[in-house]
Design a protein around this ligand. Structure first.
Ligand code: 4AD
Ligand code: MG
Length: 436
């Protein structure tokens, strides 16, 4: 046991060390024993491997201690890597020595049997250790990286928008108030307004950060804290923006398929559906969407906003994400540019994911005319003083511009094929959940 293994490695790399002695550091995931042989299933954050311990190799004392270990005890294991076609990763480890770093106190609350969702969410700090949750978090990280790589590659500059803000971007009903040294501030709903300032300096920018909505909606698509990537560009037209969206979404899907297709399969995702996500995406105007919904027997009249059933019904007509464009002005945010051909509608678009995952992107062209913007701020009963700086952007070299925001958790839910966004973020914040 005292002799050090030559190579410290991770389970994901174990194949490089066939027939050699390695050190692995990790946690006990499961254990079986049959007399003088014991099977420790070790996980180390990169994978899972079966480690075979025999009493004659490690001695009676250590064997007895290992035999009593609770799940999730932490271990450093030395052993010989052996090829084994029956083992899940193709290898197992013949243990020559083992140090117990920390014995888990009790029976681990999350066992291999089924648990209720509320129980799992109460134990989210432990739940994330399970292979399924770990896979989702890996894919989430890849999606975030893919967003950044795509936008960086298109010449967008990452600019960070503030989280504490004095005013609303997406309407006042979903603001989280913060007491700011005796003044009323709010957690940001979107970095868009600040992006609009930054594009006049850098032309193409994006912000990427947490955003907050005090949404009373208890649905499988709503979090109160979620992450949004928001590209914005000066001179970008509505049409150019739609093209950018479909390129970006296709790029992300392809990246995940290429790098983590095996994890998607472990999650049970039908990856063939994702293979179809390539530009161009179908488009419908809001008016056409309402007609379609009426034909399908759904109750909606022109001017109503879509609910989840409407979005699902529209998306079910298409294999790819679908754009719904030209919404009625009165149901969209104050900054939306009117369509010159029909000013009752706006140059705004939602991108709906297939398979019922709902809206993943909201965006559009912004009002660049000072007077019209001022009028809209007043119509929406927003305090004009707070928007003076935003109006300044229309006073000093205003240009047509567009941008959008993509919610990361909804994209993760769609790509992974998850039923609810609560599994797409390490520690979800929901209307009824602030802990752990
Ligand atoms: O459509 P939204 O509200 O658009 C904006 O905030 C714009 N200011 C963005 C921009 O143009 N820069 O939100 C954008 C996206 C939605 O399409 C959805 O994916 C996600 O953010 N989203 C949510 N995700 C999880 N939980 C919620 N409560 C969400 N609300 C919006
Ligand atoms: Mg929206």
């Amino acid at each position: 046991m005292s002799e050090e293994a030559l190579f410290e490695t991770t389970i994901s790399n174990i194949g490089t060390y066939e027939n050699q002695k390695v050190t692995l550091k990790g946690w006990l995931y499961n254990k079986r024993s049959s007399g003088k042989i014991m099977f420790l299933i070790l996980r180390d954050g990169t994978g899972i491997v079966q480690c075979v311990v025999s009493q004659k190799d490690v001695g009676q004392d250590l064997f007895a201690r290992l035999d009593k270990l609770n799940q999730e005890s932490s271990l450093v294991i030395q052993g010989i890597v052996r090829k084994d076609a029956r083992a899940p990763g193709g290898y197992e480890v013949g243990v020559t020595g083992c140090t117990i770093v920390s014995e888990a106190f009790d029976d681990y609350p999350i066992t291999l049997k089924e648990h209720g969702v509320e129980f799992l969410l109460d134990h989210r700090h432990l739940w994330i250790r399970t292979p399924r949750q770990k896979n989702i978090l890996l894919i989430r990280a890849e999606i975030i990286k893919a967003c950044r790589d795509f936008l960086d590659g298109e010449g967008f500059v990452n600019v960070d928008a503030p989280i504490m803000t004095p005013s609303a971007c997406e309407g006042t009903t979903t603001l989280f108030p913060v007491e700011y040294f005796g003044e009323q501030a709010y957690l940001s709903q979107s970095g868009q307004l600040y992006n609009e300032a930054a594009i006049m300096a850098l032309r193409k920018v994006y912000c990427f950060g947490p955003t907050f909505r005090a949404e009373k909606s208890k649905t499988r698509r709503h979090l109160t804290e979620f992450w949004m990537v928001e590209p914005e560009a000066a001179f970008m037209t509505f049409e150019e923006m739609l093209r950018l969206e479909e390129r970006m979404v296709s790029y992300i899907v392809e990246r995940v398929l290429t790098r983590y297709g095996h994890l998607l399969e472990e999650l049970g995702r039908d990856t063939q559906k994702l293979e179809q996500v390539k530009p161009p995406f179908p488009r419908l105007t809001y008016t056409e969407a309402v007609e379609l919904l009426n034909q399908k027997g759904l109750d909606i009249t022109w001017g109503d906003d879509f609910g989840a059933p409407h979005e699902t019904a529209i998306a079910s007509e298409f294999a790819k994400p679908v754009f719904v464009t030209h919404f009625p002005t009165k149901i969209k945010a104050f900054y939306m540019q009117p369509d010159p051909d029909n000013p009752d509608t706006v140059l705004g678009a939602d991108l709906l994911a297939p398979e019922g995952y709902g809206e993943i992107i909201g965006g559009g062209q912004r009002i660049h005319d000072y007077h019209l913007l001022l009028e809209r701020i007043r119509q929406h009963n927003l305090p004009v003083e707070d928007y003076q700086w935003y109006l300044d952007l229309r006073r000093f070299g205003s240009v047509p511009h567009s941008g959008f925001g993509m919610g990361i958790e909804r994209v993760v839910a769609w790509i992974c094929g998850l039923e609810h966004v609560r599994e797409t973020i390490p520690f979800p914040r929901l209307i009824n959940r602030l802990r752990p």
